[in-house]
Design a protein around this ligand. Sequence first.
Ligand code: SF4
Length: 656
Amino acid sequence: MDLFPYALRKNQENIMRDIRNTLDARKHFVFESGTGSGKTICVLSSTLQYALENNKKIVYATRTNAQQRQVILELRAIRKKMKDKRIFGLGIQGRTNMCILAKNDPEIGNGTSEELSKFCSNQKKKVLSNKKNEGCKYYRKFIGDKQKIDTILEWTRQKLPTAEEFVEYCKKNTVCPYEMNKALIREAVVIVVPYIYVFDKTIRIMLFDWLSTSEDDILLVVDEAHNLPDYLRDLFSAQLSAWMLNGCVFEAEKVGDPSIANGKISVSKFCKILSEIVNDLRDTYVYGILENGIRRNTHVKSDAFIPSHELESEILSRLKITSITLRDIISDLIAYGEKIQDYRQKEGKLPRSYIHKLGIFLEFWITVEMDRYIKLVVDSADGKNPRIEAYCLDPSIGTGIINEFHSSIHMSGTLKPLEEYRDSLGLSQYTELVFYPSPFSRENRRIFFTRDVTTRYEEIARDKTIISRMWQHITNICNTFPKNTMVFFPSFNILSMFRNKGYFTDIERCLYVEEQAMSQSDLMDLVIDFKRCGVENSNGAALFSVIGGRISEGMDFPAEQLEIAVIVGIPYPKPTARQRGLQRYYDLKFGKGWEYTVNAPAARKLLQSIGRLIRDENDRGVAIVLDKRAPRFKQYISDMRESKNLLADISSFMNR
Ligand code: SF4
């Protein structure tokens, strides 16, 4: 606790003591402590003390850049208190954010980490070949201007910058931030990275190579851990879309449309047939179109299961080839793709090849373990871009590495049931699981729900008055209380539905609306304006956003910046085929499909949104859940109560 730089709040001492015991015992620790309870500083202080005493390093994995920034700011606070130069950390981001060439060129910036890595190697090779003015100028400066490098090194050691500040400073000095980071990383005790640096094998090997440290000397911290299982499922899934196949055809035609499988077929012909198969799979399984052209499914589905060997069987039968020939085709696609990558690289372009991606996808698809994956066909872009997906059900597929670390700490404000997290990730049964109650007085928040509305699809379809009643609640709350109010809709589609009905004009105060396609910086501008209204404008403002989005998870709104949160409906996952597959998998594995894949994720989203209200001991706020199904979440939100008169109940709380 020596390193802790602030006055201690309730529970913080317990958290730090428990972490210390876990580190001493070389175990894993999973804990939940309410949003805003100061988890980051507790974890950082206790792990840092242990790391300094035992010559370990901390790899701190975050999901977003905003969380990464917060860790660096807390590290600065610790160093300010301790005045110890050994306390040094680095925020590392992917090349998309750290490569200045990628930042300046959208085409290069769109590259995957593998493509950017190859692009960068080639740029560096050109510089090293001593050809004047060829290759990356930021690398040339990095290897050629020792004085400048020393200045940047010293500035970084002194300032302990966030990743954004570091990139800006390097850019100003025309030096590559990515290479500078590599030069500094061994001095850092805390390395703050996106999840991918820990869970993607290739990137992890590179990180450990830079660090020159074994796994056994690493303390892993996973921030906002409730995101990790879904993140891993996405990371280990693969998809192939009709648009990507169009990209393959275009690419093949540009390079003379080579033949594959000993001249049996051209690349473009193969891709066109594959595209037809993907469209047919969508028509059959998603739309339910029969051979006579009649559509069987009357309700709109977005995805469907496909039998595990259906794609391969269709390819074999339409091309009249054997499975051995199919394997030859896949090898040829990969080989051609590599040639295209090399060619583009020589031209100084991003080494991207759609044909290569197709080969890799098919290789994965035909060998995927069906006990941990499902195969889906998904409709998208209004039917224009169907895709097939091998969707990973089991996040533990990528977590074996965690057991190699000295210890790992997993934390979130919304992680219950903790056993589900441990079991999903395949952590040891000896993992410590601890729940710390919120340190803030329950008197400072009220959570109401109302029984006269719901977003349950069947009920809305039956009773057309539900939507207008729902809107009436939203308008009344926004127009009655001159406080900053946020309304979380279940999805952008539902938000648009209210907008398209022309309802938004009923709101009689400054209204901000989050758009799905908004860039991060536009979103931040909007949020800053909204916050300012709460502090400077006596009328407050309303902000319409979505639950489970960029605002409801991870942004802070202390004091007057947010006083009322309205949650429109229960954020249950959509009953898609993907969701049903996941539920079935958890039923088979743990006997708890509904609880683990439907109820708990919905509860987490509710709690994350409610958590925006109270960020410290003096914050007050009221949340309203507009859905009769809210009492199902009493085990997660025990202080939730029914309101028969929302305006009166909110008023009475506000006026206390
Ligand atoms: Fe980008 Fe740096 Fe590589 Fe240049 S050296 S290409 S700036 S990552």
